[in-house]
Design a protein around this ligand. Structure first.
Ligand SMILES: O=P(O)(O)OC[C@H]1O[C@](O)(CO)[C@@H](O)[C@@H]1O
Length: 538
């Protein structure tokens, strides 16, 4: 095994931060927090969190308990391939897709991930070779509307193409979930029941991470080896424990109002690690008006990292590169476990329960209420302005430039603000929208996040509503060129997508968060217009 394959390391680059983190690390060590966490002690986060923590800690030993899954996954993969089925499509949101996406991306193995309600993106996945496709439907709760919609759409498409749908659907869910029951009724090919004592964002090394990635061809046994290689290190009540160091450093920075944690990859060899860590950190800590806000940037040279201000902590995933204050090294399986330990320990330092997500449900409820209305086409709301291919909502302005100026001025005038771009678009066909993150960050000097809707609702969405109340939200929605019916449901994907944007916008506004929504009546033209208007912003 190469050196990179064993262990994990956290370097606190800044000597001043090392000193500031020391008392927090000492308190974790004195309280034996790491060894108690490894032993699944639910009392670490106070009495209010205890009941939930008691059913959420099995992830600390998954490197052992998940072993039997490896053979099962391999057997199913061999069987499917012998039938000519070698294209894996995964339907799953948040913790039910982020880990498999990073695992397969890192190994260079193909996996089509559906964590969207964009009709164009789903239509593109349907247009792939269905004869060779297996759909993995992953949902812990078994009730997530996006995943249920994908299952319905694919089941119909298989049948319409003369393919036996039940032989092409594999399910990962918790025992007793509505999806587990339905799978039995429908006779789906195989149901992997996951450990219910692991929450979604800690589930990378359960069936949720391993089944889709393993079916796609990733070496998932190696991931467990990598996690096993750091397990003892992470359970040690010692200054050498990288999770203790990381939690203490993040806790110390949080105490200095540097709650934004900016991630840049510095050659870790892991693809998209920030997207996975984003959910873990934001959903675990962003509540009760506090938390750590992950900001994932494009490179160490990107705006937000290279010029990080006093309100941010730049973290290198990989070797230390200026101006990173922290660097975290280790192979993917080790980093999964390290960040889970560190996040749970940071939760103790921040005084929150790292296992609930109290503000996620509100947006789901608001979206459901909109879907129940006869028309989901904006509920009759009139744009405050129309400018070329863009309609603006939520802010009184004559045109796009005035709206952007007013939005950006309020954010730059507010203490310690951050901007969040929320793009309810197609993350493949409209991928260029991601340029808005560095562009806005550079223009405003503010930490700026970017999320694809509704994917981010299951990740940073918790923080946006429950975390520090200093966010300014730029929602982007777009006209759909084509739409898809959701079989046996009274809505289409485009209707659901818009209801999710409007529902979350409503909840953000109820929480006093400023929201500007820009709707592209023509996606490409609207995006080009927005980029140009931002460029001209003084
Ligand atoms: O696996 P499920 O139950 O479909 O949930 C998906 C995601 O939704 C959330 O429950 C909340 O958004 C996440 O924590 C979870 O990873």
């Amino acid at each position: 095994m190469a050196a990179e394959e064993t262990g994990a390391g956290v370097t606190i680059v800044d000597p001043a931060l090392e000193q500031q983190a020391k008392p927090l690390a000492d308190s974790l060590i004195a309280d034996k927090a790491a060894s108690r966490l490894a032993a699944q002690d639910p009392t670490l986060w106070g009495t209010e969190a205890e009941a939930e923590a008691a059913i959420r800690l099995s992830w600390t030993t998954l490197h052992k308990s998940s072993r039997p899954l490896i053979g099962e996954i391999e057997a199913l993969r061999t069987e499917l391939r012998s039938e000519g089925v070698d294209r894996v499509v995964l339907a799953g949101m948040g913790g039910s897709s982020l880990a498999p996406e990073v695992i397969t991306g890192t190994e260079g193995v193909a996996l089509t991930v559906l964590d969207t309600t964009d009709p164009g993106q789903v239509a593109d996945a349907l247009a792939g070779d269905l004869e060779r496709t297996v759909l993995v439907v992953s949902s812990k709760s078994g009730g997530t509307v996006e995943t249920d919609s994908h299952r319905r759409i694919f089941a119909k498409a298989f049948s319409d193409n003369g393919i036996d749908a039940k032989r092409r659907i594999v399910v990962v869910t918790d025992p007793g979930s509505p999806l587990a029951e339905l799978s039995e009724q429908e006779g789906y090919r195989k149901v992997f029941l996951a450990d219910p004592h692991v929450g979604g964002r800690y589930s990378a090394l359960t069936a949720f991470g391993l089944v889709p990635a393993g079916l796609a061809g990733a070496d998932v046994a190696r991931l467990l080896d990598q996690a096993a290689g750091v397990a003892d290190q992470l359970a040690a009540d010692s200054e050498a424990n990288p999770a203790v160091r990381l939690a203490a450093a993040l806790g110390a920075r949080h105490a200095q109002n540097a709650e934004k944690v900016v991630f840049a990859d510095t050659g870790s060899g892991i693809k998209g690690f920030g997207d996975w860590a984003e959910q873990l950190i934001a959903e675990s800590t962003g509540k009760q008006g506090t938390g750590l806000l992950p900001v994932v940037v494009e490179s160490p040279e990107a705006a937000g990292f290279a010029d990080a201000g006093a309100d941010a902590t730049p973290v290198a995933v990989g070797h230390a590169a200026a101006p990173a204050q922290l660097s975290v090294t280790g192979p993917l399986g080790a980093q999964f476990l390290l960040w889970e330990f560190a996040t749970a320990l940071a939760g103790r330092l921040l005084g929150i329960n790292p296992f609930d997500q109290p503000d996620v449900e509100a947006a789901k409820k608001a979206a459901r209420a909109l879907l129940d209305q006869p028309s989901t086409s904006d509920s009759g709301a009139k744009p405050s302005f129309t400018d070329g291919a863009i309609e603006g909502y939520g802010l009184d302005a004559a045109d796009l430039r005035e709206a952007l100026k007013s939005f950006v001025d309020s954010a730059t005038g507010a203490p310690s603000a951050y901007l969040a771009v929320q793009a309810y678009l197609d993350r493949l066909d409209d991928a260029s929208a991601a340029v808005l993150r560095p562009q806005l960050a550079k223009k405003t000097g503010l930490q700026t996040t970017f999320g694809w809707g509704p994917r981010f609702l299951h990740s940073t969405g918790q923080y946006h509503k429950g975390g520090h109340p200093n966010g300014f939200f730029l929602q982007l929605t777009g006209a759909a060129e084509q739409d898809l019916d959701v079989p046996d449901r009274p809505y289409t994907l485009a209707g659901l997508q818009l209801a999710q944007a409007l529902g979350d916008g409503q909840v953000l506004a109820e929480h006093g968060r400023p929201v500007l929504r820009l709707h592209f009546t023509d996606r490409a033209a609207g995006l080009a217009q927005l980029v140009a208007a931002l460029e001209d912003l003084a």
